[in-house]
Design a protein around this ligand. Structure first.
Ligand code: DAH
Length: 330
């Protein structure tokens, strides 16, 4: 009886060690552990038969059973270490980066220089309390000219300059139309900045385009004066171009009185960069504002011109060609 059980235990140990040594996955190893050492495992089954043993035999067999259990447990631990390190090795190999592989080209998007200027200008004016306003590119004669105190015989209304649509409407020649659109809807005080596309019947060359961009400025309040206009324009221009000399030169626009053009000293030369003036009382009247109570100033400038000066661009058409070699410089 004793030797029979002892033989069985030793046989179990041999068989177990061999099976464990050849286990090739951690799942298989766990199956073997359950099979040999688990609650319903083979070692347990053998030990349950110890119940019928005599008191002298029991400790001896118990000691053997313990060494068998330990041996099988050791085999399990050893094989687990082997399998786990193989697993880590395989993972390391499959996840190794080959730093000599060619990279994946990911083109980087950039802000178009015109949008860059528009963003910058809006930021500056919003910082001064202005709100961004917009109008439509197709306009009526009234908003583009008449309400802006531009009489029918004014040269700006010439068929040469304006794109007229078959229905009698037109493509706005400037963003000044947004002034009227906005004032009609709102009451003073007003502080708006309005960017947008404008259209002129110009022959396209290095400095002219039939479609270009303007930014319009309008402030209406009680007691606004030319000083406010000068300060605002100066802060804006110096934020964009740097701390350069600026001069206001008397000029004429139908919708402002007095009117001025602003020049900027750039690389030693005076460059004309924007038009501006005090809003003409006739314009205020056209939207029902009382010029005895309200005054205001307006200004407008071309975005392309700013971009060309700032970035030393020699031909306006480069701004529209979508040539990546050009655009990637910004
Ligand atoms: N609308 C003018 C243009 O297209 C620019 C301009 C001049 C706008 C004076 C203004 C202004 O608001 O006050 O040439």
């Amino acid at each position: 009886m004793t030797s029979n059980l002892e033989d069985q235990l030793l046989a179990l140990r041999q068989e177990g060690e061999a099976a464990i040594a050849s286990a090739d996955t951690l799942e298989r190893l766990e199956e073997l552990r359950v099979n040999y050492l688990g609650k319903k495992g083979q070692l347990g089954a053998l030990l349950r038969s110890m119940g019928q043993m005599s008191a002298e035999e029991r400790p001896k067999i118990g000691a053997i059973a313990n060494t068998v259990k330990e041996a099988i447990q050791n085999s399990l631990d050893q094989q687990r270490t082997v399998l786990e390190s193989a697993q880590i090795q395989a993972q390391l190999e499959s996840e190794t980066l080959d730093v000599t592989m060619p990279g994946i080209y990911r083109p980087q998007g950039r802000i178009h220089p015109l949008n860059g200027i528009i963003d910058q200008a809006l930021d500056i004016f919003v910082g001064m309390g202005y709100t961004v306003a917009q109008g439509s590119e197709m306009e009526t004669d009234y908003y583009n000219f008449e309400a802006l105190n531009t009489p029918p015989d004014h040269p700006a209304r010439d068929m040469q300059d304006t794109f007229y649509l078959p229905d009698g409407n037109l493509l706005r020649t400037h963003t000044s139309s947004v002034q009227i659109r906005h004032m009609e809807k709102e009451e003073p005080p007003i502080r708006i900045v309005a960017p947008g596309r404008v259209y002129r019947r110009d022959d396209v060359d290095a400095t002219h385009s039939a479609v270009f961009h303007q930014i319009e400025l309008l402030a209406i309040d009680e007691g606004l004066s030319f000083t406010d206009l000068k300060g605002t324009v100066k802060v804006f221009l110096q934020a964009i171009f740097g701390d350069l000399p600026i001069r206001f030169r008397a000029s004429y626009f139908p919708f402002t009185e007095p009117s001025a053009e602003v020049d900027l000293q750039w690389n030693g030369r005076w460059l004309e960069v924007m038009g501006c003036g005090m809003v003409d009382p006739n314009v205020l009247k056209s939207v029902g504002y009382d010029p005895e109570i309200y005054s205001g100033f307006a200004a407008g400038f071309g975005v392309e011109r700013f971009a060309m000066v700032l970035h030393q661009i020699d031909d306006i058409r480069r701004l529209y060609n979508s040539d990546l070699r050009f655009l990637q410089q910004f």
